[in-house]
Write a protein that binds this ligand. Structure first.
Ligand SMILES: Nc1nc2c(ncn2[C@@H]2O[C@H](COP(=O)(O)OP(=O)(O)OP(=O)(O)O)[C@@H](O)[C@H]2O)c(=O)[nH]1
Ligand SMILES: [Mg+2]
Length: 326
């Protein structure tokens, strides 16, 4: 076990892991600082919630990268529920927006993945190039192995030789086995073998790392469809989770990406990576809302412990917190 894993013995619960949650919140600090300050400016005296005020709130949310879909829902909901209401200070406005946002986001996590009663839980990681699939595969494997689950990684990115090296380092770090083929082979073949191995070894989970692919490249998307078919030959209910890994700096094209991956691979959840480097988490939340795919995990760094289970309440509180934690 590496020293970075030793440091993360409490990372199974982000609430217990102040350091990791702290990084997530600091990642949001650019959004947060701007937003609360501007909301303060908006309500300097008692005011009434009217169209004019809501339009200004809308503009601020958009400027703060909350994302158009979520912003729109929050504003529509405030129009319905709070129009005409008297507010005495900016903090009442913040409270209203915060409550609406939490209510909206909590509906996006209602489709919790169900673990199979027996046999391995198969998790397929998909996404465009460089989003963080391999890193997330390693972090998830390490986390679940630490929880005492027996697991296996599958190197289904056969496109680049370096990719197999990269995942094998993660497998060692996580202390789980790896199924790999020679570079250049058919990804479906290694997936097929990994399914057999996971069943034979009575694994609790099998995490399949795939090559990055542009969602617009049809043959590559068909390759992914084939991978899913191969999984189902062995386990008809699989893959139990298909996680679309998105870089937090992804722009609005993230929605289109998600739609294509949803179509080809049946995405069940989102992973938002690199939130430690940007404040643009709002796009993923927009996707979660628009396509009904819940955000499951957030990557906040390159180390094994830098993966936080997404909690909508903590996220929204992070956005509206005035000062980063010390
Ligand atoms: N700061 C930061 N870096 C990350 C995070 N997740 C991944 N990375 C880095 O992003 C780069 C790409 O990550 P990979 O895991 O290789 O991405 P990938 O999706 O597997 O890439 P391809 O297989 O080439 O499509 C690496 O340098 C990672 O260390 C994160 O949450 N935060
Ligand atoms: Mg990779």
């Amino acid at each position: 076990m590496s020293s970075s894993e030793d440091r993360s013995s409490d990372a199974s619960s982000h609430k217990a892991s102040g350091g990791t949650l702290g990084r997530l919140l600091r990642g949001l600090s650019r959004t947060r600082d701007g937003l609360v300050e501007k909301l303060k400016d908006l309500v300097q005296a008692p005011a009434r919630i009217d169209t004019d005020l809501l339009e200004q709130v809308e503009a601020l949310l958009l400027l703060s990268d909350v994302g158009p879909t979520l912003t729109n829902e929050v504003i529509q909901s405030l129009k319905q529920n709070a129009s005409g209401r008297q507010i005495n200070s900016w903090s009442e406005l913040v409270e209203l927006v915060r409550t609406e946002m939490k209510g909206i986001l909590s509906t996006a996590r209602s489709t919790l993945a169900i673990r199979p009663a027996s046999g391995p839980e198969v998790i397929l990681l998909v996404g465009v190039n460089g989003g963080g699939k391999t890193t997330t595969a390693g972090k998830l494997a390490a986390r679940w192995a630490r929880e005492g689950r027996r697991g296996l990684l599958c190197a289904a990115d056969t496109f680049r030789a370096a990719a197999v090296e990269q995942i094998s380092i993660w497998a060692q770090r996580a202390g789980v086995g790896l199924i790999r083929h020679q570079g250049g082979s058919d990804p479906s073949a290694v997936v097929f073998d990994s399914m057999d191995a996971a069943l034979a070894r009575r694994c609790d989970f099998l995490i399949i790392d795939t090559a990055g692919r542009l969602h617009t490249r049809e043959p590559l998307m068909q390759e992914l469809e084939k991978v899913v078919r191969v999984i189902r030959k062995r386990i008809p209910q699989g893959p139990h989770q298909v996680l679309l890994v998105l870089d937090a700096t992804t722009g609005q094209n993230g929605v289109e990406q998600a739609r294509r991956f949803l179509h080809s691979a049946g995405v069940t959840g989102l992973v938002l990576t690199k939130l430690d480097g940007t404040a643009k988490g709002g796009v993923a939340l927009g996707i979660a809302k628009e396509l009904g795919i819940p955000l499951r995990w957030v990557g906040v760094g390159e180390s094994v412990e830098d993966l936080v289970e997404f909690d909508p309440d903590a996220y929204v509180d992070g956005i509206f917190q005035e000062r980063p934690p010390a």
